[in-house]
Design a protein around this ligand. Structure first.
Ligand code: MSP
Length: 663
């Protein structure tokens, strides 16, 4: 029943602090681990650190400390980041662990004893950065074909693994197992690579050149090549990191997640090593794309390396997790920018999911005394059936399909989840519970609508749990659901209508605060407003005089078009609405103006219930000086017909983007 599901990330070099690339793979692995645990699988999720080799030795030398001390210093940076990002790994391996080193030496000895490792003199072009030799035909202009750094000719005696023996077997395996290397385009690349003769692999480094590594068990003058050491982690970890040795339980791995740059080492080196060791091959090796930053390659020298800690501090862990997996298909390259993240946060998260939760809880509090009401089936219509069918299909079909290790369509999964978010919001707009509440004859329908909105959120809680664990927990609490996400909640079919009636909802903090373009921009905006205000005040005297002369024949004062154009009217969408305490006239609105969110206090409380306004597209005076009304700041004004008595709010029926100009 509980199939073992073994998922790994690459083990990261400890030559520097972790960046967005490391976070990306680890987050993807975490989503899978959480999802398959929810499905009832026996998951082992492994991550860790690659501590040996030239890169780490060089970094330690630069820092003027011993390599082991250097690794010990950097390890907490990774471990702490994984905590911050809510990683749920079951094992964290360090290649300096003695148990790991033992397995590496066992593997080397086994291959040596079988005659699959031999010693030979080798002359070739060596790239220090990539720690590998290249053949004459690979090299162009003295530069490494991979990293384009200068390379040097080196001649040395080394040990070689007879990788070439396995070329045909590997080719056949890839051809017969389309699921082995994913996505398909990467599989083709590997097959292309295997068209050329596969050479034997140098798996040793003379200690005179590199001492920081695992010694060859059969020649103490050498350490092993860092990739032989590192790849072995996927198996050695199973011997000592689970509570009992579990090599037989979890091997072969379900999926190795790797970046596209390290696909060859996995698909070719690792696979042939496993063949030689007579071990099974992993089920799937999935190569994801790379992130650029604002359209540029990320690098230390450019100074544009994205620190995941800083992103989480500013935007929250789930916005980051969501963005990385939503923005680009997992196998393709993507571009990271703060603007894109803010855009997703504001539109998908705040206006989408956050809004759906907050309005549902508010409506239940207002019209059902804060308790999830019993639905009355006889009042159901096609809107309810559509919601019901979409929610069940999402959990039962869509998620398992896209999150199959051979597909890993995280972005499609999130798109599908957000289609339900949208449907939920549209459902509330269409059914308009605030209108139903006005007529007691609609009481039963109102109950059904409120129940269904909350039931949609229960499905969304379950659907988002693997992607956004903090958010799912927050929703769980606000809806009073008491879902325990450490249980295999998705092992059984989730059926519409199982949401318990009578549960008390609790309004909590908004899931995703809307983010202004940047805080700096916001501050700039305020300063600009103040400057404008001062300018306006200084001109006031002269303007008044001028206006006196401009009355028309009906006695109404006329203004020039330039004067009218000074009023910046914009389309706004009401996201939240509540009464200002102790006032029967004032409502406090949170309004989406596209690039920003404004709080606007409007004297329309006698005409409207707050709930009626949520989701309405209105017209806002966007460049009005902020003012305080009954102690509450108002950052604009809404337009409404009427004088002292409000007759009606100006709304727009067309689907118009918040922030659009009105003139
Ligand atoms: N230590 C090896 C892996 C050994 S696995 C047996 C290694 N480490 S690494 O720290 O250099 O890179 C780890 C991962 O980070 C790789 O999968 C790589 O693709 C990924 N990324 C590094 N920069 C990246 C981006 N800019 N974008 C996405 N992933 C990137 O290689």
């Amino acid at each position: 029943m509980t199939h073992p599901f073994y998922i790994t990330t690459p083990i990261y070099y400890v030559n520097d602090v972790p960046h967005i690339g490391h976070a990306y793979t680890t987050i993807a692995a975490d989503v899978l681990a959480r999802f398959y645990r929810l499905r009832g699988n026996d998951v082992f999720f492994l991550t860790g650190l690659d501590e040996h080799g030239q890169k780490v030795q060089q970094a330690a030398t630069k820092a003027n400390i011993a390599p082991q001390a250097h690794c010990d210093q950097l390890t907490p940076q990774f471990k702490n980041l994984w905590k911050t990002l809510m990683m749920s790994h079951d094992g964290f391996i360090r290649t300096t662990d003695s148990q790991h080193q033992t397995v590496v030496q066992q593997f080397l000895q086994t291959l040596y004893d079988k005659g699959l490792i031999y010693q030979a003199e080798y002359t070739g072009w060596y790239c220090t950065f990539d720690e590998r030799f290249w053949t004459e035909k690979d090299v162009e202009g003295g530069l490494c074909p991979d990293c384009k750094r200068p390379i040097e000719q080196l001649s040395e005696s080394n040990y070689f693994f007879r990788m070439s023996h396995y070329q045909d077997r590997l080719k056949a395996h890839i051809q017969n197992h389309p699921e082995f290397i994913r996505p398909a385009s990467r599989r083709n690349e590997v097959l292309g690579f295997l068209e050329k003769p596969l050479e034997d692999l140098s798996i040793s480094r003379p200690k005179s050149r590199l001492s920081w590594g695992i010694e060859l068990p059969f020649d103490s003058a050498y350490v092993t090549y860092v990739w032989f050491d590192a790849l072995t982690n996927y198996i050695s970890a199973l011997d000592y990191l689970p509570s009992s040795p579990s090599r037989n339980r979890y091997w072969p791995a379900t999926v190795h997640l790797v970046g596209k740059d390290i696909l060859t080492t996995h698909a070719v080196y690792w696979s042939t090593m496993l063949m030689a060791l007579e071990l099974a091959l992993p089920h799937t090796i999935f190569a994801h794309g790379w992130w650029t930053v604002n359209g540029e390659k990320m690098s230390k020298s450019r100074g544009n390396v994205v620190n995941p800690n800083a992103v989480v501090d500013e935007f929250g862990v789930d916005a980051f997790r969501y963005f990385l997996l939503r923005e680009v298909p997992f196998g393709q390259d993507g571009d990271y920018s703060q603007e894109a993240l803010i855009g997703r946060n504001n539109s998908d998260l705040a206006n989408g999911l956050g809004n759906l939760l907050s309005r549902t809880v508010t409506l239940i509090q207002r019209f059902a005394s804060g308790q999830i009401p019993a639905p009355v089936r006889s009042t159901e219509d096609e809107h309810d059936r559509e919601l019901h069918a979409a929610a069940e299909a999402l959990l039962q079909t869509t998620l398992p399909y896209h999150l199959n290790p051979e597909r890993l369509e995280f972005n499609r999964t999130l798109e599908a989840i957000w289609a339900l978010v949208q449907l939920g919001n549209q459902y509330i707009d269409k059914t308009a519970p605030w209108v139903l509440a006005k007529d007691p004859a609609n009481q039963e329908r109102l109950q059904t609508v409120l129940y269904n909105a909350a039931e949609t959120l229960r499905f969304l809680c379950l659907a988002t749990a693997a992607f956004m664990p903090a958010t799912a927990q927050n929703m769980n609490e606000q809806l009073g659901l008491s879902l325990n996400f450490s249980h295999s909640l998705l092992a059984q079919k989730i059926t519409w209508g199982e949401l318990p009636v009578g549960t008390t909802v609790r309004k909590g903090q908004s899931l995703f605060p809307r983010i202004e373009a940047t805080t700096r921009n916001k501050e700039k905006h305020i300063v600009e407003q103040k400057v404008e205000a001062v300018k306006r005040e200084s001109k006031e005297g002269t303007k008044e005089e001028a206006h006196k002369d401009q009355a028309n024949q009906t006695g109404e004062e006329q203004i020039a078009i330039e004067d009218f154009m000074k009023v910046k009217l914009k389309v706004g969408k009401v996201l939240e609405a509540e009464r200002v305490p102790k006032s029967n006239k004032l409502l406090k609105l949170q309004v989406d103006l596209g690039s920003e969110r404004r709080q606007i206090v409007a004297g329309i409380g006698k005409k409207y219930e707050p709930e009626e306004l949520i989701g309405q597209t209105i017209v806002v005076v966007a460049n009005l000086k902020p003012a305080k009304l009954m102690g509450v700041e108002s950052q604009g004004m809404v337009l409404a017909a009427g004088g002292k008595e409000v007759l009606g709010l100006l709304t727009i029926n067309e689907d118009t983007a918040p922030g659009s100009q009105v003139k």
